[in-house]
Ligand binder design. Sequence first.
Ligand SMILES: [Fe+2]
Length: 295
Amino acid sequence: MALTIKQIHPVFVGEVSGVDLTRPLSREDVAAIADGMNRHAVLVFHGQDITDAQQIAFSLNFGELEVKARPGNIRKASESRLGAGIGDLSNLDKNGKIISGDDRQWFFKLGDRLWHSDSSYAEVPAKHSLLSARVVPSWGGNTDFADMRAAYDALDQRTKEEIEDLVCEHSLIHSRAAVGFTDLTPEEIASFRPVRQRLVRVHPETGRKSLFLSAHAGAIEGWTIPEARSFLRDLTEHATQREFVHSHVWRQHDLVMWDNRATMHRARRFDRNEVRDMRRTTLAGNAPTIEQLAA
Ligand SMILES: [Fe+2]
């Protein structure tokens, strides 16, 4: 059963068949998936009924797990449902009960409904994210992806020159304020202080440029806030036009792997009275974007 990858969108997203992610992979299969990631930026695997340990083992073929220097959410470690190395992207609390709709943790999670790149609020943002669907709701809950390489390529020359060396400030405070959630403690505000990210990044493996946008971006250095936010909104609208976007409709046991250096994504609504159990492993990036040399 040979591994094959079929592109399922005009500019990105590959669907992978002929591989069982619950078992150790051959060197050839690892290389084919890594190459597929560089080419397609998002890979979809169907029918992968995996455990947390198997998901971690598969992820480690492509890098190291991200260990955050600062927290990425408002949940205390003692409140987590899952073990180390697995991110809980469900709507469940540590006892497996659906989180109340007026719980601040739920408000915080709703920030993921905005277009973003995972951990762009960290000095070294994430490389890949791998999301496994363990239980899917009967309706909604798609994940949308946008190809930020194609979005960059489609910009006019004047805009490309203008943004080439711009630096943005990214913070969870900004993406949460964008959904109206500002009820953060002084400790949370301190831990979510902004980081600097280049607006145009060069992919370290392919050399392709992309727009590094995210709902976490709330300022451009040297610009006024209104000028910066209106421009970031324009760029985000440009980058999330239909021609650059793929909507993944989840089936139970799908695993989707994406490159945060080349894409944005967003979660979509679902019936919050139903269980949605999604588990994520995240691979660490290797350097701050700010250190990127001009190509
Ligand atoms: Fe995300």
